[in-house]
Design a protein around this ligand. Structure first.
Ligand code: NAD
Length: 380
């Protein structure tokens, strides 16, 4: 029998729409899912836009009033709002003992992330953070090959995420460009995904040294306005890091790389081989085997990492793919729904979100001190 979970979505902006579509598409993209989603309620800052879309998604209630939203019967609260709102919305959901799916980065800063993880622990609820790159098939293959020891001892790694969307100096201000609403710029926004991949694939971070740049220091307050507002977050960040077991690596992120089409890559080099994930080949990791002196694609002869839910249960087949990022968000949302229906913790819970927040905090501290080496864990 199919179990239906009531989803309460907070925020219906860019990613809120992708989450809503993911819930709706689960029965379309996966055969006979044992759990489906009922888009029960949407909480928004205004109801005047996307009216037709909300009709199509079929939310039982739409509201701008948190009390009304939370008085509706909900199983999962899904938070898709600007970072500054995550903590208060987590608190509201945790007080009512509702399970929480929260967008990344988990919080504005480490203190908030610690408080949110504590709230979840005390409420005894299940939590999940949208580090969706963990679900990309090539990343899963990377994990399998690493677990099988195929590249030997890991020596170093190099990751980057390059976007180009903020190159236009006339692009107006938004919450992402205000520290008071985002908690950080591109490193918090994109770097968080890469830091999480390092935690997932290799290990915990022991120290960081970072540098940041803000290339466009003020932007129009709104499109076409002559008045400008100061930008106080990073457009570019370079972070060198060492891991607890000695591996070293570098992460570089920018929202101002001309020609970059959402470029994401991670390379890991070891004593016996190398692994390269590039977003242009999301289904196949490139693997270099030093013994055979050969590059190959994919990981056909290794088993998926047993700690993860197999992708065969949660990833749309090629013919039903809605595109890479939509598929990844579907897999992430559905993985958490299965966790909730089974009463089992997610492997990407708030503790995992907290670990990434700590690396973000250390990196921004390092950049503010001219690239000083900052050791982790940070003091409480
Ligand atoms: N995992 C990913 O791949 C990914 C991608 C993009 C964004 N994100 C994250 O998702 C979150 C939202 O980002 P976005 O790009 O969708 O932003 P956005 O600006 O497009 O949308 C934010 C939405 O929140 C709504 N909102 C604002 N205040 C609200 C309130 N008090 N109550 C309810 N709704 C409110 C806004 O009206 C807007 O619709 C951020 O944390 C961001 O970092 C994650």
């Amino acid at each position: 029998m199919t179990n239906s979970l009531n989803i309460g979505l907070i925020g219906l902006g860019y990613i809120g729409k992708i989450h809503a579509a993911a819930y709706r598409n689960i029965p379309l993209c996966l055969s006979d899912p044992p759990v489906t989603a009922n888009l029960a309620a949407v909480l928004r800052s205004g109801l005047g836009t996307e009216v037709k879309l909300m009709d199509d998604f079929g939310f039982d209630i739409r509201t701008t009033n948190p009390e009304e939203f939370f008085s509706h019967p909900l199983d999962i609260v899904d938070i898709c709002t600007p970072n500054v709102l995550h903590m208060e919305q987590v608190e509201q959901a945790a007080q009512r003992k509702l399970h929480i799916y929260c967008e990344k980065p988990l919080a504005m800063n480490l203190a908030e992330a610690r408080a949110m993880a504590q709230m979840a622990r005390e409420a005894g609820i299940l939590t999940h953070v949208a580090f969706v790159l963990r679900y990309v098939p090539a990343v899963r293959q990377m994990k399998a090959l690493l677990e099988a020891g195929r590249i030997g001892e890991i020596l170093n790694f190099r990751g980057h995420m390059f976007h180009s969307g903020y190159l236009d100096p006339e692009r107006p201000m938004s919450w992402r460009l205000r520290h008071s609403q985002s908690g950080g710029g591109v490193f918090a926004d994109l770097g968080a995904h890469l830091i999480d991949l390092i935690h997932y694939l290799i290990g915990n971070v022991a120290w960081v040294q970072a540098a940041t740049r803000t290339y466009i220091s003020s932007r129009p307050t709104s499109r076409g306005a002559s008045e400008r507002e100061e930008v106080d977050v990073d457009d570019w960040t370079l972070c060198t890091m060492g891991l607890e077991s000695g591996e070293v690596g570098v992460l570089e992120v920018t929202r101002m790389a001309a020609g970059a089409a959402e470029e994401t890559a991670l390379e890991i080099y070891g004593s016996q081989g190398a692994l390269i994930f590039h977003i242009s080949q999301p289904n196949l990791v490139r693997y270099y085997d030093l013994d055979r002196k050969k590059w190959s694609s994919g990981a056909i002869d290794v088993h998926e990492f047993h700690g993860d839910r197999p992708l065969t249960q949660i990833w749309p087949s090629a013919k039903l793919s809605q595109g890479l990022m939509s598929d990844a968000h579907l897999a992430s949302a559905y993985d958490f729904m299965l966790c909730v229906s089974e009463g089992k913790p997610s492997t990407i819970d708030f503790e995992v979100g907290l670990a990434t927040q700590e690396v973000l905090e250390a990196s921004y501290r390092s950049a503010a001190r001219g690239g000083e080496r900052i050791n982790l864990p940070l003091e409480s």
